[in-house]
Design a protein around this ligand. Structure first.
Ligand code: DGJ
Length: 376
């Protein structure tokens, strides 16, 4: 009896020390990030929601050797932002070949927000249909009653069809309508960039709706939500207001940095100023981060220097911005910059860069650190 008890105690102790070993005490940007089961977290291009007494991380499930969606959007839960428990697939790809989210579509940059009025969790993501490359440029939305899902696909499509930017004057509309759409212009030439800034692609897509690729969503202090995405052939960002239920666009939107070729928007608000960090467009390869600020979500937006500091700062530390997470009540890491290191040949091995935002001369700074511990 005594020896059975000793054996039980030894086993319990071994289990406890194993569990303790699995517990992480800090974040190591760029390293393998094991979940509580010891598996590298699979939630790329994602975002984090604070709900209840926990943090919920949603992201793209990446497969071994393809960037196509074979599984869907995953969800992880944490209380300390360091140790994450896998909660399963929040939005599953469909087995129906006719569904827009059928297996082998492309699902990117999912973000979940909670709607206080409806009590629903709303997920927005960039969707490309199976077999169409990146041509569809659709915004897609899914909804759930519980934070972990299951999320039901609601709709996808181009955005704000038949609407001009809400800050445009009659003269702006006349100017874009005067563009000679029959003029052949070679893609990526200075003339093409200039024309895109003027609104050539906006005009082209006016009736069918605007393109929506890299994206995020932002809920303002007044509960209004905004969808921010790369539009107009990735040349111009749009910030578009969402309806009160967060499930559709209201038709009010502005263009940001026309012709400046921004992707990967991540946004936060501090003391009444909106800050946005983006990237340039170089596919899966990293480039130099950009930063903008505005006194109002609809602008005017001012461009600033790259906020990254440290090794490979001019390549966003080899990553690309994804989300900026507010951690209310924490002074040392009130906002966390989240980025992805993409591994297009082995997507599941993509890494995460999480770094606290600090301030210098009134502007955000993202300083590289090999390891750090968030305060929650
Ligand atoms: C960069 C984007 O930020 C990613 O989300 C993805 O769309 C790749 N481009 C595809 O090349």
């Amino acid at each position: 009896m005594k020896s059975r008890f000793t054996a039980f105690c030894c086993a319990a102790l071994a289990a406890c020390s194993l569990l303790a070993c699995n517990r992480l005490s800090e974040i190591q940007p760029g390293a393998i990030w094991p979940d509580t089961e010891g598996r590298h977290i699979n939630a790329h291009g994602g975002g984090v929601l604070r709900y209840g007494d926990a943090w919920w991380w949603f992201g793209e499930h990446k497969a071994d050797s393809t960037n196509k969606a074979l599984v869907g959007v995953t969800c992880y839960r944490s209380k300390d932002l360091i140790n994450w428990k896998y909660e399963g697939v929040a939005l599953a790809v469909s087995e129906d070949p006719d569904s827009p989210i059928t297996r082998e579509c492309v699902i990117e940059r999912p973000k979940v927000i909670y709607n206080e009025k409806t009590g629903k969790f709303v997920m927005w993501f960039h969707l490309e249909h199976k077999g169409h490359g990146y041509k569809k440029a659709h915004a897609a939305v899914a909804v759930a009653d519980n934070v972990t899902g299951p999320y039901s696909f609601v709709r996808c499509g181009r955005v704000n069809a038949g609407k001009w930017p809400c800050d445009w004057s009659e003269a702006d509309i006349e100017a874009v309508q005067a563009i000679n759409m029959n003029l052949p212009i070679k893609a990526k030439t200075p003339e093409w960039i200039e024309e895109s800034a003027k609104g050539r692609f906006l005009r082209r897509d006016f009736e069918g709706g605007q393109m929506a690729r890299d994206q995020t969503v932002f809920v303002d202090d007044d509960g209004k939500a905004y969808h921010i995405f790369s539009s107009e052939e990735n040349m111009t960002l749009h910030i578009a207001e969402l309806s009160d239920d967060y499930l559709t666009h209201t038709g009010r939107y502005v263009r940001v940095a026309p012709g400046d070729n921004n992707e990967a928007p991540a946004i936060f608000k501090k003391d009444g100023t909106y800050w946005m960090i983006t990237s340039g467009c170089t596919g899966w390869k990293p480039n130099k981060a950009r930063m903008f600020s505005a006194p109002h979500i609809f602008g005017p937006w001012t461009k600033h220097d790259n906020p990254c500091v440290g090794p490979d700062a001019d390549l966003t530390f080899q990553g690309q911005s994804t989300y900026i997470l507010p951690v209310p009540g924490s002074e040392e890491n009130e906002f966390i910059f989240m980025a992805d290191i993409w591994r297009p040949k082995h997507p599941i091995d993509g890494r995460y860069i999480w770094l606290p935002i600090t301030w210098k001369d009134g502007k955000p700074v993202v300083q590289w650190q090999d390891r750090w511990k968030p305060k929650t």
